[in-house]
Design a protein. Sequence first.
Length: 326
Amino acid sequence: MTDAIPREADFDLAPNLLDGAKELNLTTRDCDLGYWLTAVAQGTLAGRAATGHAETAPTPEFMRKPGPLREALILELGWRSIAEERAARSLSYFVADAPGVPEMEFFATQVLDEARHAMVFRNHLVELGVPADELHATIAELSAEYVADVLTPIEEFVVRTVRDEGDFVGAVAAFTIVVEGVLAPAAELSERKWDRLDPAAGEIARGAGIDEIRHLTVGSSIVREHLIKHPEYRSRVLEIVTAGRKLWDEVPVLKYVLRRENLFQEGMQEHLDLLDGYEVFPGRKLLDTSPMERYDIAEHWTDEMSEARLRYMNLEEAIAILATGK
């Protein structure tokens, strides 16, 4: 890396997703197309553009052998690849309906980010031994129920707002506050879970997390600036947050998280030596956590991060609405 790469885009120096999303404030003016072409393409992605990880980050041979740990990662990355693909398609409407060039350029870069995430998640399945000529069919089969139960309702919520209702800022709020704001902490947990078990998967998650910091902070700034200029729009944002909270109460996310985490739980018991002493966060060893506890950790991080971003947007009254378990 060189001094020209800002810290938040430096693969080695950028904060983790939770800290970055809570503490950094970036706008469309900071993250224009020129920023992406230099800071991201030549910074975050240097040496990792094609696979999402450095050549020196290995996938251990045991991750290529059939078993619960491999199955857990295949499910996780398969589902995430489809989620990112659907996000890229949805965000194309943001590019088309952007009110100005700064917004258009930023969301054009986010479409590319999400499409790249889908690619590297998908291609790591090949590194895990999924035949390349069966990759798309494999992902479609293992994600069919997840798409129908979780992704389609979420996608329809966002697309309806931007395409059918013509509410660009409302769609940014829906995507930033509800969709990415809830999914991002699970992505942070993914990086920490796989760090020792599959360093390549850990780096893939790390790179995606660096991008998500940018998505969350710039999206938040768009909503914040619009509310400063149009304070009467506050009631509309709160309406969207309320609808988003209702949506997340209805989609069976826990069902799928526990399916994946139960497999991970079984699989990590086969590698006690590798994980001995490893802490998923300070003071808590990964081996001592349960599937439900890991879900609860992500839920806690969701609340923590959402509260920070909502305060930045001057939407304190939305904190109680969006808080998980409320």
